[in-house]
Design a protein around this ligand. Structure first.
Ligand code: UFG
Length: 326
């Protein structure tokens, strides 16, 4: 079976490629390398450089390869950026899914796993969040992913595409060969480690007046290898089921200050920080109930503690001090 991994040169997509190869599956990567890294894709894996919104390119990929399923990671995913440039998010995220679904429909490819997000929920009334909680995003990024899920529903009904939307909470950590190398980096854990090691100045804590125990935002951190495992299980699920939406998180919330404390202990050096204004679009608290993924998919995250997730990020940054290809 050949799986198309879009965004397979990116942070989570590359961990997916690694996992699929460990299963002995054939993989083809499509990536426009806008954020991904050529060196994140093993040389034996075909890397087709192009954009998932480019109809001619995407059609040629499906026409020329025997693809049985698509894992779609290639997307814009920054909450803060989406508040400054919403058009980029709607154009690239919704346009990318639409282009893929049209090409799949034309070629008879029937299985699609979407990287969706906890940002679809906005500021929910109850936590942990279950999949039936209302969609009320506080940023265009979350809205764009709801629109992608809506496209899937109709392509499922009309063209018979089987699909799952995996709503990730905060992806973090690293495997032996795949880690976080964004430019610019905006995510809390790599920034905290950089600050601890003196690679950049004090970390800015965005907001300390949220309705949370210490006033800083609370998030649920989940390891990228556990996310990759959930995709494999989702693919298996689609052998018998037509669609499903699943939250993927550890079910434990950590405030920004708690993350800095853990990062400082794991790094062996405290994380210097200063308080800064809120970042527009940030919901106060996002913590998953992943009971559905556990029960229905049989998913069991292996990195259940924040310490183990941060330790893996430290190991990767030690073995890749300059990230990829530098
Ligand atoms: N934060 C800071 N200072 C920083 C960076 C981040 O205080 O320098 C805070 C943010 O305000 C937020 C928390 O740390 O409260 C986590 O921020 P990240 O940027 O690491 O992650 P987000 O929660 O914004 O978003 C991530 C992914 C999204 C996904 C979301 C789901 O980037 O794609 O998790 O919960 F939708």
């Amino acid at each position: 079976m050949t799986i198309l991994v879009t965004g397979g040169a990116g942070y989570i997509g590359s961990a997916m490629v690694e996992r699929l190869r460990a299963e002995g599956m054939d993989v083809v990567v499509v990536d426009n390398l806008s954020r991904g890294h050529r060196d994140a894709v093993p040389s034996e894996v075909p890397l087709l450089v192009g954009d998932v919104s480019d109809e001619a390119f995407v059609s040629s990929v499906f026409a020329e390869r025997e693809i049985q399923a698509v894992f779609h990671f290639a997307a814009e995913s920054l909450v803060g950026e989406s508040m400054e440039n919403p058009g980029k998010y709607f154009r690239n995220n919704v346009g990318g899914v639409l282009t893929l679904l049209q090409a799949m429909s034309a070629q008879g490819v029937r299985r699609f796993v979407l990287s969706s997000t906890a940002a679809t929920y906005g500021d929910p009334d109850t936590v942990p969040i279950v999949e039936t909680a209302p969609n009320a995003p506080t940023n265009p990024y979350g809205q764009s992913k709801i629109m992608c899920e809506q496209l899937l529903r109709w392509f499922g009904e009309i063209h018979g595409i089987r699909w799952t939307a995996l709503r990730y909470f905060n992806a973090a950590g690293a495997t032996a060969s795949c880690g976080e190398d964004h430019d610019p980096e905006t995510h809390l854990i790599p920034l905290a480690l950089d600050a601890a090691y003196g690679r950049r100045g004090a970390l800015k804590v965005f907001g300390n007046d949220y309705p949370t125990p210490d006033g800083t935002c609370v998030r649920d951190y989940i390891h990228i290898a556990d996310l990759a495992e959930a995709h494999l299980l989702a693919l298996r699920y689609l052998e018998t089921e037509e669609f499903g939406i699943f939250n993927l998180g550890n079910g434990k919330g950590f405030s920004v200050l708690e993350v800095l404390d853990v990062a400082g202990r794991v790094a062996g050096k405290p994380v210097p920080f200063e308080h800064a204004p809120r970042r527009p679009g940030d919901p106060p608290t996002l913590v998953a109930s992943s009971e559905k993924a556990r029960k229905v998919l049989g998913w069991e995250p292996k990195y259940a503690t924040l310490e183990s997730i941060v330790e893996s990020a430290v190991r990767w940054s030690e073995s890749h001090p300059n990230g990829y290809e530098k």
